[in-house]
Design a protein around this ligand. Sequence first.
Ligand code: C2E
Ligand code: MG
Ligand code: MG
Ligand code: MG
Length: 288
Amino acid sequence: RAKSAGGNRFELADPEADARAITRHGLTTALPTALERGEFFIEYQPLVHLGDGSVRGAEALVRWLHPQHGVLGPDRFIPLAEHTGLIVPLGRWVLEQSVRQAREWRELHGGADAMGPLRINVNLSPCQLTHPGLVQDTVDILERTGVEPDALCLEVTESALIGADDDLLKPLRRLAEMGVDIALDDFGTGYSNLANLRRLPVSILKLDRSFTQSMQQFPADPVDLKIVEGIVSLAHSLDLTVTVEGVETGAQAEQLRILGCDTAQGWYYARPGPPERLHELALVDATG
Ligand code: C2E
Ligand code: MG
Ligand code: MG
Ligand code: MG
């Protein structure tokens, strides 16, 4: 620890940075036991059809109920889990839990209505993509739970796929061939070549929240509108579905609906919450 030796000139110790470092270190070492102790849990945020407002599914978002620090969001620990490799078993756990949850909704909800069964979106980290067990683990989980592959969507960020070679795309292609949807998450934040989209086995584009934020005013900035309009029409011409993230107001939802976006997600509809909440929302929806 740096101590000031006469005056403040060598006052290098930054208590806040220390606290951050200790927490980071502490969190990293606590991660493996956290999984064993069942300290992770999943919240679900509804995915809503922009045309009719119906709930079509949910995105699974992992949280850590830390015994000392309380509930931690994924941004606090996913990078650490990626760094230590724990992301592979953690990601597998999230996938299994979420798919089980989807099956439960399906049983409760009947899945008999015109909208079909609720779908489940699960985030994949780049480390999971390069892990050789991904396809088999996914197949096993779907078989064990009896959930059809087309009820599952795996979200991969645009940045994880930038410059992806065929080896990286192979497992995603296999999953896509089985009927699993692949979504390109946080689309528009990377610098991927739009023409590159043709090469990727994706069926859904998730427009990043920054686009939604630019729809704050109604009508929104004409240039922003043109950009989103362009992305949506390109996506549709490639047979991709467009989902928008971070919808916080009705005005944003309306604007994005007019622009042709298909599905939306955001606080305007619901914050991420427990699975019962999703079921309630879907049920209210189905019964009017
Ligand atoms: P993401 O996949 O882009 O998920 C959307 C994030 O936006 C979530 O943050 C969600 O809570 C937040 N959000 C949703 N609606 C709104 C809104 O209207 N306004 C605002 N301001 N935010 C909204 P969260 O839960 O903190 O997750 C952050 C990121 O952590 C996720 O971004 C995803 O990349 C990652 N993540 C979450 N769960 C998992 C997981 O199980 N595995 C992996 N590998 N990554 C995960
Ligand atoms: Mg996501
Ligand atoms: Mg996203
Ligand atoms: Mg995002």
